[in-house]
Design a binder for this molecule. Structure first.
Ligand SMILES: [Zn+2]
Length: 227
């Protein structure tokens, strides 16, 4: 067994210190390769990656890093990996441009998760986003309760697009800030389904939500959106 805490091995992997010069050369080469490959892929700057693009980046990343400093990993095999990945990327991009169904398979589809202040629970489940994550995204867009929101669309990149009701059309809605969801209500207060956010007048809510069957209620909010 190798000696543990062998500083020569820990620091230099038992290689001569001059190997660091080779690491410099390898890193420069691989850096240029990554740069040229990403330029060739036609991608512009990146804000959010789709799953497909993430796969591309992970593939390139693992192939790029190793030959920079593993003395037994050559640069040519890594270049081959790059070539294959970029050809796959270009081929798949061409197919997604051409066939709608193929694009759906590769990138997924945008999903409407809120419509007219009501959460579409089944659709939300499809996105893998929890209610709390959705609320957090909405809070970041200055939403105080769901009655302010006409439509929420989860893009294929995971970004959240929101359309708002104009002030005069804001409806009673489910509060989404922590601590605002009051569950003990005066009998005359209008309320929302705690699960899907469907608004009810007090009289209509003696039982379960007709939309999702939930029997928990939260007092509605009616504040306008001041952004
Ligand atoms: Zn409901």
């Amino acid at each position: 067994m190798e000696k543990i805490f062998d500083w020569n091995r820990i620091m230099f992997n038992d290689l001569p210190a001059a190997f660091l010069l080779e690491v410099v050369l390898r890193s420069v080469v691989m850096f240029m390769v990554i740069l040229m490959t990403l330029r060739a892929s036609g991608k512009r700057g990146i804000r959010q990656l789709s799953i497909f693009e993430l796969v591309l980046i992970i593939g390139l990343g693992s192939a790029a890093g190793d030959p920079m400093f593993y003395e037994d990993v050559g640069i040519l095999p890594a270049l081959t990996v790059f070539l294959v990945i970029i050809l796959l990327y270009m081929g798949i991009t061409r197919l997604t441009d051409r066939f709608r169904w193929f694009e759906r398979v590769m990138e997924g589809e945008p999903v409407y998760v809120v419509q007219s202040g009501k959460i579409r629970l089944e659709e939300l489940k499809r996105t893998g986003l929890s209610r709390e994550e959705l609320f957090s995204e909405l809070r970041l867009q200055n939403v105080e309760h769901l009655g302010q929101v006409r439509t929420v669309l989860i893009e294929t990149t995971g970004e959240v697009s929101v359309l708002f009701f104009p002030d005069e059309e804001v409806k009673p809605g489910l509060p989404i800030f922590p601590g605002q969801q009051k569950k003990v209500l005066p009998t005359d207060q209008n309320r929302c389904c705690a699960e899907c956010g469907e608004p009810y007048t007090n009289a209509a809510s003696n039982g379960c939500c007709t939309c999702c069957g939930c029997d928990e209620w939260v007092g509605s909010m009616t504040t306008k959106r001041i952004a």
